[in-house]
Design a protein around this ligand. Structure first.
Ligand SMILES: [Zn+2]
Length: 97
């Protein structure tokens, strides 16, 4: 049975801080919290990428998911390069005359 996960589970990513060395659990915009040497800021991470160390606070930097956003090549409706689609259309139109 492929039951949908309960709604509460979908928000678990938002609560869990990620640390340097961990892999991004989900693609999106992450809120970066440093150890006091600079203001919080946001970065984009793609699912599976490793969170980096900070050059100043090293491992004392945390990444919190701020906005989930699929990478364009991971989206189920966005598939393939435009060049390939145009080439296929050209081939199809030649066949039909
Ligand atoms: Zn830092």
């Amino acid at each position: 049975m492929a039951a949908r996960p309960p709604a509460a589970k979908l928000h678990s990513h938002e609560d869990r801080a990620c640390e340097p060395g961990q892999l991004a659990p989900i693609s999106g915009i992450y809120h970066v919290v440093h150890d006091g040497h600079r203001q919080d800021h946001e970065v984009v991470a793609i699912r599976g990428e490793e969170f980096p160390l900070c050059r100043i606070c090293q491992g004392n930097v945390q990444f919190h998911i701020a906005k989930v956003a699929s990478h364009m090549t991971h989206d189920r409706d966005l598939a393939g390069s435009v060049f390939m689609i145009k080439a296929k259309r050209r081939a199809a139109s030649k066949r039909t005359g």
